[in-house]
Design a protein around this ligand. Structure first.
Ligand code: FEO
Length: 391
């Protein structure tokens, strides 16, 4: 397999995983890539590696340029195994290779691979020369693990951003202007919503610190390299990290005999009348990671569940647990709703989850058995009133 030329002496040597569809619970309908970058300089350098299952692919791409045993330096920006999984294979070929990482990175690598490797530990602001080129390091802990860092190559104006700005997006195009712009942006948004969101505060610090860099390329660790739409993706990250919402509602629910679904549509009608963008998602057929992508910029989150054996439906519990873990911040407004037969315990359960997410619960709609047309109209009227009151 071939390397992809990025700039004079700089190559993409990663792997394309067309088959992966589940990334610890995140549905990756478009697969992913594990990006590694080879720099031919006085010290031959590899920035990040790939998941161990794709080691041969990375080695083959490196070998199309240089013997992997000649790699002098590996920069490990992140210990998670999708980026560090093939480091051992390089160390086997060159036991003296220098592994550049931060203190948390060294600890994490030791806990994953147990090797007595030749580490060079850096901290924020440190630089490292590989010959004509150099790296400046910026630690970005918790974007997405404690060990995360990014590095900037001033001579080439390249930011190696690791998980930041990444997308689970497997294509033959390596650059943002070689693929569908809408798909790349959607996958970047989905990646942020499902991976990066809990660390928004750290992302804001990272964006501020990185703003001093003049950037021509953002070489991510997943998906395409940003070169044409750099300003746009940074602007989007600023919005997502700062919890900027728009006139949009997510209505997520499960239903048994369609009563809760009718209540969902009654809420829908009110938001439709007020001109909202609406994401109505039946959780039986919509994956929680896709619904989280809808949530990221929504002003209202409405969640409904009927009561089944004194509990919420499991699709709803799964979604709410997932959303609570990702902890979207900001002043979002919420509603809980659901129908029941003889025990309505699911609805206070939904309400509590929404409160746990620090949402401002504006309404709770419950109904025993089937709501009539008049009951549904009441829900629409009450929802309309809430929307207007909170405009
Ligand atoms: Fe793509 Fe946090 O690893």
């Amino acid at each position: 397999m071939k390397a992809t030329h990025i700039k004079e002496g700089i190559y993409w040597v990663g792997a394309i995983d067309l088959s992966v569809r589940n990334f610890h619970g995140y549905l990756t309908q478009r697969g992913t890539t594990y990006n590694a970058y080879l720099i031919i300089d006085e010290k031959i350098t590899l920035v990040d590696s790939v998941k161990d299952t794709h080691t041969d692919e990375m080695m083959s791409r490196i070998s199309s340029i240089v013997d992997p045993a000649k790699i002098d330096v590996i920069i490990c920006n992140h210990v998670e195994p999708d980026h560090s999984g093939a480091i051992s294979a390089i160390v086997e070929k060159n036991p003296n290779v220098t592994i550049i990482t931060c203190a948390s990175g060294k600890k994490g690598l030791e806990q994953h691979y147990y090797g007595n490797w030749n580490y060079h530990i850096i901290k924020t602001g440190d630089t490292y020369s590989i010959g004509k080129r150099s790296f400046e390091f910026l630690l970005t802990p918790m974007v997405h693990w404690p060990d995360n860092m990014i590095c900037y190559m001033p001579e080439e104006k390249i930011l190696f951003s690791n998980d930041s700005f990444g997308q689970h997006y497997a294509t033959s195009g390596r650059f943002d202007d070689e693929v569908s712009h809408d798909e790349a942006l959607y996958e970047a948004k989905k990646y942020f919503a499902n991976i990066v969101l809990p660390y928004s505060t750290q992302v804001i610090k990272e964006l501020e610190a990185a703003s001093k860099f003049e950037i021509e390329l953002i070489c991510t660790s997943h998906g395409v390299i940003w070169r044409k739409y750099i300003a746009e993706i940074i602007q989007e990250y600023n919005k997502w990290a700062r919890n900027v919402t728009k006139k949009k509602v997510v209505i997520a629910y499960d239903t048994m005999w369609k009563s809760t679904e009718k209540m969902a549509y009654a809420i829908y009608e009110a938001f439709e009348q007020e001109g909202y963008e609406i994401a109505l998602r039946n959780l039986q057929v919509n994956h929680e990671s896709d619904v989280m992508t809808d949530v990221i910029d929504a002003e209202y989150i409405c969640v409904g569940s009927p009561t089944l054996n004194s509990e919420m439906m499991t699709n709803v519990v799964g979604f709410l647990t997932y959303m609570r873990g990702l902890a979207p911040k900001g002043g979002r407004k919420a509603m809980a709703f659901g129908s029941y037969g003889w025990n309505g315990k699911s609805i206070p359960g939904v309400e509590q989850f929404l409160k746990d997410c620090n949402y401002d619960v504006k309404a709770v709609f419950t109904h025993q058995y089937r709501p009539t047309k008049e009951d549904l109209q009441q829900i629409t009227v009450r929802t309309l009133k809430i929307i207007k009151q909170n405009n």
